[in-house]
Design a protein around this ligand. Structure first.
Ligand code: CA
Ligand code: CA
Length: 250
């Protein structure tokens, strides 16, 4: 497990007191494309997207389940100053069929982006994972992801009780949330130290099955376990999304 205080993209973007140095130039942490730093101007996207598109992220996956890779992109409609005005999702199937959708998410301090595709329940069609928001807990960043599935001729969010199911990934040294696919189900994970003076951890695992574009809770498990130190590999999965070959860590 890695210490996350003061290194998150979001923390840099909004310059949290105590974590930012006003004299120091804001730079992207290693491995994160600079154009995806929240609040930064968006470079124009590639020629396959509208001329006003910027901040493009693209992944491949088989979203229609025909055995061939399709392409999914999240991009911004940008102003003259290259700042995002609104966000869009575009999926182009290998057949050439195209799905466009407005993403009613994103802000000056939270830029949506595609994360990847993975088949949660094993029906042959990949679910598309999109980071739609960022949250902060005590300077630790948590990414909020939604899943999208092809339904008819639209890519729709997987919902729970009428609202998009939120997958939270990330945390700080004493609290974390993650998600993983296990035996055809999606498990949302949460772990938290029960007392800062010892190493007892409380965990919850909520298991969902996907029925078309709806998620249904089928099982919940709560437990307490002990580990000898705070930074233990046993905690890693609580900070991550792991589903098939897709692995994401905020
Ligand atoms: Ca396909
Ligand atoms: Ca699937």
């Amino acid at each position: 497990m890695r210490l996350r205080a003061c290194v998150s993209v979001l923390a840099i973007a909004i310059g949290l007191a105590g974590c930012s140095d006003p004299q120091r130039e804001v730079t992207a942490p290693a491995g994160i494309p600079r154009e995806m730093i929240n609040g930064e101007p968006c470079p124009f996207a590639g020629p396959s997207l509208p001329r006003t598109a910027g901040c493009e992220t693209t992944v491949t996956g088989d979203f229609d389940g025909d055995g061939e890779d399709d392409r999914a992109s999240v991009y911004a409609e940008v102003d003259n100053d290259l700042l995002p005005r609104s966000w869009r999702l575009r999926v182009v199937m290998d057949s050439g069929e195209r799905v466009d959708r407005v993403l009613r998410r994103g802000s000056r301090f939270s830029y949506p982006r595609v994360v990847g595709g993975a088949d949660v329940q094993g029906d042959g069609r990949d679910e598309l994972f999109v980071k739609v928001g960022d949250q902060l807990y005590h300077s630790g960043a948590t990414r909020v992801l939604n899943m999208f599935v092809l339904e008819g001729d639209d890519m729709v969010p997987v919902t729970r009780r009428g609202a998009p199911l939120a997958l939270r990934v990330g945390g700080i040294w004493r609290f974390a949330e993650g998600a993983e696919c296990r035996r055809g189900r999606l498990a949302l994970l949460r772990v938290e130290t029960m007392n800062t003076s010892n190493t007892r951890w409380g965990l919850s695992e909520r298991y969902y099955i996907l029925e078309d574009s709806r998620a249904r809770l089928v099982k919940r498990r709560d437990d307490v376990f002990r580990i000898p130190q705070y930074y233990d590999p046993a905690l890693d999965r609580f900070f991550e999304l792991n589903c098939g070959d897709l692995s994401f860590r905020s």
